[in-house]
Design a protein around this ligand. Structure first.
Ligand SMILES: *Cc1c(COP(=O)(O)O)cnc(C)c1O
Length: 406
């Protein structure tokens, strides 16, 4: 696999200084922008002039200077020509999918995806005559069998939510490209660890709300891809981001920009703790799923596809056997051990713990949950990085002994 260094790529991006030589970029809050000559306006509307063409800004739903800086940095990190930021991860996903798929088109999607995305594909898109077949994305034969003449997109998460299956992106890209199908990948769980575009994906989508922002204080998303695709999304007359309007606020863009430089340090620490905690639980004979453990079905694949030095992330899935046991363990971890907080989401500096089947994946019906390997007792632990690791491991050990081993 091609060696890719996303951190260096980020440093190589054109640096944005603030007004007056500020080391931080300025926040450009204007909703609209002047043009110096009336003739420029029609040129902008016809796509002949814009910031990318050395022209000017028009209106902040279309293009905002501060949001544009964040888009540039994300594109650099992902190795894509371009990127566009949105108000949420869900809007990034829905706009990107709806830009490619029209009525009567078909999607082949991993069954192990975020609950909101699952609901979009299963319930909303069929109302627009766009149908989805869900498959086990690690079974290439099943993916091939699900493809029809109408298939326009293969959709997966690099690291599936919440079962932590790793998608073989190069193999999926190969199948997709043979048939002129786009491979779209949600890399929310694994920024820097995997670079889907370098592995062959066409479009990479993100919820920036999670690791990339890392502070659980805002909601944001992004689509990274070829310049032509990003321009389609922001086309003034047909672009889904332009017309549906999930615009990122420049103040949000500024906040995320200030946190991207320490994303590599954070990801390494999330991963270091993820592996240590997973190994400890394994030794205690707990059913733990973590892509950095040799008994994980895609352990070798994760090593082969991952960028060097970032580990395998900070999310663990523990099967507690039943929802009652999972809830009991959450209770002890939060209220007795102060190990973490019972909350959905991930990528925070504190540990967030949730029972996926009855929370973030509850949009998926019970039968489908079973098919994708999501047991009702599955506890998702999104490790933070506060507190000393030894102490954290002792807290976890005590809680697990108390709830699961008596
Ligand atoms: C949270 C999440 C989303 C949705 O993102 P929002 O920012 O909440 O809209 C999409 N995909 C994955 C994998 C997520 O974890």
């Amino acid at each position: 696999m091609e060696l890719y260094n996303p951190e260096q790529a980020l440093l190589n991006a054109r640096r944005e200084f603030g007004e007056h030589g500020g080391v931080a970029p300025s926040i450009s809050r204007s909703a609209t922008f002047t043009v110096m000559h009336p003739g420029t306006m029609p040129e902008i509307f016809n796509g002949l002039k814009g910031p990318e063409q050395g022209g000017c800004f028009l209106y902040s739903r279309h293009f905002n200077p501060t949001v544009d800086v964040l888009s540039r940095y994300l594109a650099a990190m992902e190795g894509t020509q371009s990127a566009i930021c949105t108000a949420s991860g869900m809007s990034a996903i829905s706009c990107a999918v709806m830009q490619i798929c029209k009525s009567h088109d078909h999607i082949v999607a991993s069954e192990s995806i975020y609950g909101g995305t699952h609901a979009l594909f299963e319930s909303l898109l069929p109302q627009m005559n766009i149908k989805t077949t869900f498959v086990d994305i690690t079974n290439l034969e099943a993916v091939k069998a699900a493809i029809t003449k109408e298939t326009k997109v293969i959709y997966t998460e690099t690291m599936g939510n919440p079962t932590l299956k790793i998608a073989d992106i190069p193999a999926l890209a190969k199948e997709a490209h043979k048939l002129d199908i786009k491979l779209m990948v949600d890399n929310t769980f694994s920024p820097l660890i995997f670079t889907p575009r370098i592995l062959g994906a066409d479009v990479v989508v993100y919820s920036l709300t999670k690791y990339i922002n890392g502070a659980s204080d805002l909601i944001a998303g992004a689509v990274c891809g070829d310049q032509s695709f990003i321009q389609e999304l922001m086309d003034l007359h047909t672009g889904r981001v332009m017309l549906l309007g999930p615009t990122m606020d420049p103040r949000v863009a500024f906040d995320v920009l200030q946190r991207i430089p320490h994303l590599p340090i954070r990801m390494r620490e999330h991963s270091r703790r993820g592996l240590a905690m997973a190994e400890m639980l394994k030794k205690m004979n707990i059913k733990v799923s973590y892509p950095g453990l040799p008994d994980h079905p895609q352990y070798e694949k994760a090593k082969e596809l991952g960028n060097a030095g970032y580990g395998t992330g900070g999310i663990l899935a523990i099967d507690c056997g039943s929802r009652e046991k999972a809830e009991e363990l959450m209770e002890v971890l939060q209220n007795e051990e102060s190990f973490g907080m019972i909350a959905v989401s991930l990528g925070y500096f504190d540990t967030l713990i949730s029972c996926s089947g009855s929370s973030t994946s509850s949009e998926i019906d019970i039968e489908d949950q079973q098919k994708m390997g999501l047991s009702p007792g599955l506890l998702r632990i999104a490790l933070g990085y506060t507190g000393d690791l030894e102490t954290r491991m002792k807290q976890m050990k005590r809680a697990v002994k108390k709830v699961l081993k008596r």
